[in-house]
Ligand binder design. Sequence first.
Ligand code: FPP
Length: 239
Amino acid sequence: MAQDNGNRHVPAHVAIVMDGNGRWAQQRGLPRGEGHRSGVGAVREAVRAAVACGVRYLTLYAFSTENWKRPPEEVNGLMQLLVESADTYLQEFIDGGIRVDTIGDTSALPPLVRGAIAQVRKMTREGKKLTLIIALNYGGRPEIVRATRAIAEAVLEGRARPEEIDESMLTQHLYTAGLPDPDLLIRTSGEQRLSNFLLWQLAYTEFYFTPKLWPDFTGADFEAALHDYAQRKRRFGGV
Ligand code: FPP
């Protein structure tokens, strides 16, 4: 729920499926990697707009568990871009009070990426303005399976009883433990699907779809999505 910033019209937590980088590049006769590179500029715009609007949590779907199926040069390019971006924007994150964190199985990422993530997490941990959560090697179903396994182990070892398992316990075993559920989900590029993103956490989230391709998505577009959200009446299953 939008509660942390004290204004129910501003979503406390915005999640984004940054889609359309490949098409953006193809339309210009460029390799797909150039679309991802331009996408980093849109990430910067969204982060700045989120801070300016008073959003407290911003979660970005950067690499899914399914994205390993892409050609190796595209996967390698994305990994390289993550390392470069961590380096380029570290100081901006520190100066801007932005705490960076990740969700997903980062243990499977190349050592260079893991190192860059560890460094950014450590150096930005005092950030109080915005928590920027990057979903990396993330999938909603694997996340729920992982949580279920952890709870099963707790039961097996006598640390929990089956009748104690409830929504709160499952929530606490997800990568997002401690974070509020997203209030608003934005997906760019005209696609209208979840693609295994935050399946549990999006139960009552408002969705906003735009035809804009991710590299073209500006701070003003982010504000337009928030304006749309502010007009909505959320009922959480009530009246
Ligand atoms: C989806 O577009 C986009 C991705 C799979 C990667 C998103 C990554 C970035 C924007 C850069 C790195 C991020 C950070 C946080 C620095 P697509 O390639 O599926 O586009 P298409 O549907 O047009 O092919």
